[in-house]
Design a protein around this ligand. Sequence first.
Ligand code: CTP
Ligand code: MG
Length: 257
Amino acid sequence: MGIWSSLIRSAGKPKFNSAVLLAAGSGKRFSDDTAKQFAVVGGESILVRSAKLFQSSEDVQEIVVVTRETDIPGVRNILNKAGITKVTRIVAGGDTRQESAKIGFDAVNPEADYVAIHDAARCLCTPDMLEAVFESAFVNGAAAAACRNPDTLKRTNGTDLVTETIERENTWRVQTPQIFKADIYRAASYTCAKEHFSATDDCALCEHVGFPVHLVDCGPMNLKITYPEDTVIAEGILAYRERAAAEGAKSGKESAT
Ligand code: CTP
Ligand code: MG
């Protein structure tokens, strides 16, 4: 841990932080049969990989898992077997990701200082990435993993007709974890629910009420599994990390991701 991390942490170290792990989707784009959170990547299920991230983090004291009602007993069993001991509640999710995130947030310990919301499907997030997003959230109140967008973006009018080219320079692809001071997220979520404001990520709730959100560059390897092909990319990333770790061990260096 660097000197700045130590200073930030010692300045106002939060006492209790919760993670909300979102695994209540049906993974329609991934497969018609298996919900993708149960698919295996690199010898381990997507759900277990994501749960281990929070289990091993000293910043996280509890994990609330949001899943489909029928999957609750199976999920409990899988996580127990994998040695995930920080789970305090497993709750049934809603019809949309936003609803599931609200249900998960409402189920965390009411005394939680910070809450990290994470898509179980984003199973390649590393402890270093998680720590970096926590550090930004401790300083700024709201922070999200993201990566700089490498492509030129075009807007269309709902067909294939281009109506606008969006300047690439300052565009990012937002990922998870997204981490918030609990009081800030609670207020934002309450206002957005009252105003029927819907969004596809959690930061947008804070943005909607005017609270500044900061991004942490986690690079493109913090991949979310969406399509079946993504598992091939994920296996490649895991192999790359293994090689990098072995080379780092040989030369006495730590690997970055
Ligand atoms: N999610 C959730 N509740 C929902 C929808 C999604 O908890 N009602 C979770 C998913 O399990 C996933 C994350 O939110 O971990 C990101 O959603 P996405 O990648 O869209 O997953 P799915 O909704 O499962 O996939 P699809 O959209 O292809 O059906
Ligand atoms: Mg979805």
